[in-house]
Design a binder for this molecule. Structure first.
Ligand code: FMN
Length: 185
């Protein structure tokens, strides 16, 4: 499935989408770390780089990340061989006050990660539906950090491993025409 765009775009931007059907093939540590390195090259306000990642590399950590998923996400993301929790620092190192751009910058890091994942034929699916308190209680996360996202990572697999509901949704999300995103006076 390919998106049609009006203009020629970076291939990864055009072709990336949020698949849910994962194969059982594991993700090599070099690929995993390359995704984190790609994320770390995102721009950020004052170059704060507020993003931090919890990797589900140890079976027990992966298991906790899976347990935190809301049931509708656990349904499909339990089969992902790797889950990553994205945290962000809420305050600036600059003056210790709230960093208005903390989540914005972490979002940019997620975007970079997802594009590099696509280039490596990996799915990276963002998940906001999970128990954030469970993550805070299970991992060592400093007080001025918050966990905002879980990212399911793995190779594309057989669509028939998904429940019927998700089989129907296993295609790129639609977009409104981009011109409608330009506000008029
Ligand atoms: C911050 C964020 C949270 C999301 N949370 C979920 C989620 O909880 N469950 C899910 O299945 N998809 C989730 N998604 C995936 C979006 O539904 C998906 O990106 C959107 O429908 C557009 O589809 P596409 O990525 O295939 O273009 C999330 C995406 C983002 C960026």
């Amino acid at each position: 499935m390919q998106r049609i765009t009006q203009y020629p775009l970076l291939k990864e931007i055009q072709d990336r989408w949020s698949a849910r059907a994962f194969s059982t093939k594991s993700v090599h540590q070099d690929d995993l770390y390359a995704l984190i390195e790609a994320a770390s090259l995102a721009p950020s306000s004052l170059n704060e780089q507020p993003w931090r990642f919890i990797l589900g590399e140890k079976p027990n950590d992966l298991s906790i990340l899976k347990q935190s998923l809301f049931p509708s996400n656990h349904d499909w993301a339990q089969h992902a061989p790797m889950l990553i929790a994205l945290c962000t620092k809420k305050t600036t190192t600059f003056n210790g006050k709230d960093n208005f751009y903390s989540r914005f910058d972490a979002g940019a890091a997620w975007a970079f990660l997802s594009l590099e994942a696509h280039r490596r034929n990996l799915i990276a699916h963002a998940i906001g539906g999970f128990d954030k308190q469970m993550i805070h209680e299970s991992f060592t996360i400093e007080d001025d950090f918050e966990v905002i996202l879980i990212i399911a990572v793995g190779y594309p697999g057989d669509i028939h491993t998904l429940s019927e509901k998700y089989q129907e949704r296993e295609k790129p999300g639609l977009r409104r025409p981009f011109m409608e995103s330009i506000l008029k006076k």
